[in-house]
Ligand binder design. Structure first.
Ligand code: HEC
Length: 116
């Protein structure tokens, strides 16, 4: 009887996990670094991976961004701050709120963390 109950519970648990993973968009908080790199190449590299742009203020290199305590602007080097920078823009850097979804920004942050 008890054994039977145990098996039933396991079955339920499997069912719940299977249902949840079907309902929730897969891995919504997991960062896809490869996609982050693609997004970076498409949206950011044009400024951040080249030098001598025709801009008054040259975009900073983003290698090791999260290794330092502060961003080039002096703001804290946190995910939240960098997310804000991407969404709102800063100085001559455009806002990406119309171009990138919050999942895109997550993937980008994942990639930026990989840049040592
Ligand atoms: C049109 C050129 C341009 C593009 C495109 C661009 N940036 Fe920037 N970015 C800049 C410039 C210029 C600055 C320096 C702004 C300042 O401090 O006035 C900057 C600064 C930053 C900073 C540092 C912010 C700080 O607080 O010091 C981060 C992080 C950043 N950009 C990330 C990104 C990411 C990620 C993308 C792609 C989604 C991107 N940028 C696209 C020009 C650009």
């Amino acid at each position: 009887m008890r054994r039977h109950l145990g098996r039933g519970l396991l079955g339920w648990r499997l069912l719940v996990v299977a249902t949840l993973s079907a309902i929730l968009p897969c891995c919504s908080d997991r960062r896809n670094i490869q996609r982050g790199e693609e997004l970076f190449q498409e949206n950011c590299a044009i400024c951040h991976a080249v030098s001598n742009l025709d801009l008054k203020k040259q975009p900073p290199k983003l290698d090791g961004l999260f290794q330092s305590k502060t961003l080039p602007s002096g703001a804290p080097a946190t995910d939240e701050q960098v997310r804000r920078t991407i969404i709102n823009g800063i100085g001559t850097m455009p806002a990406f709120d119309q171009r990138l979804s919050s999942a895109d920004v997550n993937d980008l942050l994942g990639y930026l963390h990989e840049l040592k």
